[in-house]
Unconditional design. Structure first.
Length: 426
């Protein structure tokens, strides 16, 4: 079984897991209470790998058990902090079946099932497209670009052969690869799939001209059998020491290992499988890294007896970070403001937001309300305690989205000075 359960008090204090999965002799999924955690502010977290139907039904049993215990808690103590349920589902099953002509429309079928769980938040990692996350009621999407920048590209800058460009393997991967290229301050190169117009079958691959020197990282969301990447490697015409691959979800089915031999290194995450399963499937030739710390562990070439080296990055900490944010949206209309000064329009917007934020935090049981404004990185604060931080982010459509965070935020001296100036304006 590839489902795990954890329990927290107030989202930060770990407790022994409330639930443990079991199956009856006849095969039905069930939950038993392993530790009778009670009281206010419990957060029940489930993490699932892959898309096994039995595991999905185990999730349904877990969600039902969580809701029933939460309802009993609320009935006994209506004024206390409510219980929360969080589903960490980094790989969204069915996300590739996202076109209306698909029969059945797999993304909608899986999304309907996930929505039926009624969890408070679903955290996913680099979904195939925006379609399925848009079908989910309460989805938070974790962007792969910071992980690639901090755990792959940046550490390589210290080595003899750093990455000098990002390659999008096809048009569908362009937006993802472009975001990574921007985050890493590297140029983007485009590759293409070509299909026979009569049959729709793949007929070949091509790639933008690449520099004569340098090392390149192909970025995509998923590797199944690896055939597309083998074709791309042939079209690029680069030796393995100049070509690497990152995929967020490493399925690696069939003859994937042989298909990927044109790449000097392959990077993936533990989104689709727990790390130990990659060791069995791919004869893992790398060391696991903790993506939350950004530490880089050089690959141990001695472990690579044959085939392409594969490094698996653990994204568990990134998923938990996403859980800490409860996001709300305020419609403020389109705002145009200088990002370096506290203009009257910004001060007016912030004053309006402050009133609404205080109400929102009060509803969530918050006390002091520090506010961090990421729109120009101005700061307005009413407390220095370890309370709730409200992070404001300007959206392209004119909305301001703010997120509630717990913990402390240390401010550089220049931001502290801006903080004082903004408070004078308000």
């Amino acid at each position: 079984m590839t489902v795990t359960f954890t329990t927290f008090r107030d989202e930060t204090t770990p407790l022994p897991a409330t639930f443990e999965a079991m199956r009856f002799p006849a095969g039905e999924a069930h939950m038993k209470v392993a530790h009778d955690n009670t009281g206010p502010g419990l957060t029940e977290v489930a993490r699932i790998w892959g898309a096994d139907g039995g595991d999905l039904f185990t999730l349904a049993m877990w969600a039902d058990a969580c809701h029933r215990r939460a309802e009993a808690h609320h009935a006994s103590d209506p004024a206390s902090a409510p219980h929360r349920t969080v589903l960490l589902m980094p790989y969204l099953p069915g996300a590739r079946a996202d076109h209306a002509e698909f029969v059945p429309l797999g993304s909608q079928v899986y999304a309907d099932f996930i929505n039926s769980l009624r969890v408070d938040v679903v955290v996913c990692f680099d979904p195939h497209s925006p379609v399925m996350p848009g079908m989910l009621d309460r989805a938070r999407v974790v962007d792969p670009a910071p992980l690639i920048r901090d755990s792959i590209v940046a550490p390589m800058r210290l080595r003899v052969n750093p990455y000098t460009g990002i390659i999008a393997p096809d048009r569908g991967a362009t937006a993802r690869a472009a975001a990574v290229a921007e985050a890493c301050d590297l140029p983007l190169y485009q590759a293409f799939k070509h299909r026979d117009p009569d049959t729709g079958k793949l007929s070949g691959f091509s790639c933008d001209p690449l520099p004569d020197t340098g090392r390149f990282l192909v970025v995509d969301d998923i590797c199944d059998g690896g055939g597309t990447f083998a074709g791309l490697a042939d079209a690029a015409g680069l030796p393995p020491e100049r070509l690497s691959l990152f995929v967020s979800h490493g399925v690696f089915s069939g003859h994937a290992r042989a298909a990927l031999e044109s790449f000097g290194e392959v990077w993936t995450t533990d989104s689709y499988r727990p790390v130990h399963e990659y060791a069995d499937r791919m004869k893992l030739a790398g060391l696991v890294e903790d993506a939350s710390e950004g530490d880089f562990t050089p690959m141990d070439r001695a472990l690579a007896d044959s085939g392409v080296p594969v490094t698996v990055l653990s994204i568990g900490p990134m998923l938990f970070d996403a859980v800490q944010e409860a996001t709300f949206t305020i419609e403020t209309g389109r705002q145009q403001a200088d990002e370096s000064v506290a203009t009257p329009s910004r001060v007016q917007t912030l004053r309006k937001l402050i009133d609404e934020l205080v109400v929102a935090v009060a509803h969530l049981g918050g006390a002091d309300v520090p506010v961090l404004d990421a729109w120009g990185e101005m700061v307005t604060s009413w407390s220095s305690s370890d309370a709730t931080w409200v992070v404001l982010n300007a959206q392209a459509d004119g909305r301001l989205v703010y997120s509630l965070r717990r913990g402390t935020v240390s401010l550089p001296d220049d931001l502290a000075a801006q903080h004082k100036e903004l408070r004078r304006g308000i």
